[in-house]
Design a protein around this ligand. Structure first.
Ligand code: ZN
Ligand code: ZN
Length: 249
């Protein structure tokens, strides 16, 4: 399938990634990625940037080397009420919000509590994508998750890094397959993301394409082949497309 976007990546700003914003964009351009999302970790991840970083995105062009750019944040879900760790006053300039559960920022609850945490986060208008809900260290009721994503018009992410050798997430493949069964049943779209922490991984969705092929997942339920399809879930992308792409640099 055609795959032209990658909305979950990190730069040196996240504290444990290794390239600059411009290096990531350059890699995206070289690989034919037409829309790149850069989503730095929010403050509770050790080594992440000061929240001031997130309020100055206005200075960055939203198209560089022909690549459209969304600047956002991967926010941490911190409790079973789905609270997030970036204060509202720092959220206003975000193009994109991914909400994820990360080990240092969240105490695993029961399946019901973890599921509730995701559901509450989905109700927050700052969140457009649920990041890597495949980690078996935080068990989730996938049927409930998928139905809620449909109701709240939020994208569920398939995260390529979760399937990469050495990843410390647990049972990701099995959990993705389970989630995708419900996505097919309820006709809920997903997004493929690299979660790249290094420019070599920008646009790398290799393991995900393998998985989708193996289970014959319908292409129409993947938003990666069309900016318009993705824009239906991402108001700032819709705005960018309406403007014809902002200034180039
Ligand atoms: Zn993450
Ligand atoms: Zn990430």
């Amino acid at each position: 399938m055609i795959d032209i976007l990658d909305l979950h990546t990190h730069t040196i700003v996240s504290g444990h990634a290794y390239n600059t914003l411009y290096e990531m964009v350059h890699a995206a351009a070289a690989k034919g990625v037409r829309l790149l999302g850069v989503t730095e970790h929010a403050p509770r991840i050790p080594g992440a940037c000061h929240p001031f970083y997130f309020i100055n995105f206005k200075v960055v062009p939203r198209q560089i080397e022909g690549v459209r750019l969304l600047l956002g944040c991967e926010l941490n879900i911190v409790d079973y009420e789905g609270r997030l760790d970036l204060e509202p006053r720092y959220q206003k300039g975000l193009d994109l919000g991914i909400a994820s559960i990360h080990e240092p920022c969240y105490t695993c609850g029961t399946t019901a509590q973890n599921t509730a945490a995701y559901l509450c986060a989905m109700k927050n208008p700052i969140v457009q994508i649920i990041g890597h809900p495949d980690d078996g260290r935080f068990p989730v009721d996938y049927e409930t998750l998928v139905c809620a994503a449909k109701e709240h018009h939020v994208l569920l992410e398939l995260n390529n890094s979760s399937l990469a050798p050495g990843c410390n997430r647990k049972d990701s493949r099995k959990n993705m397959a389970s989630m995708l069964e419900y996505c097919q049943k309820y006709r809920v779209p997903v997004i493929l993301d690299s979660d790249a922490h290094c420019e070599v991984d920008v646009g790398n969705h290799r393991y995900l394409h393998q998985l989708l092929e193996e289970i014959s997942f319908p292409e129409e339920l993947v938003v990666n082949d069309s900016l318009e399809k993705a824009a239906a879930f991402l108001p700032s992308l819709q705005k960018l497309l309406d403007l014809g792409g902002s200034r180039d640099a």
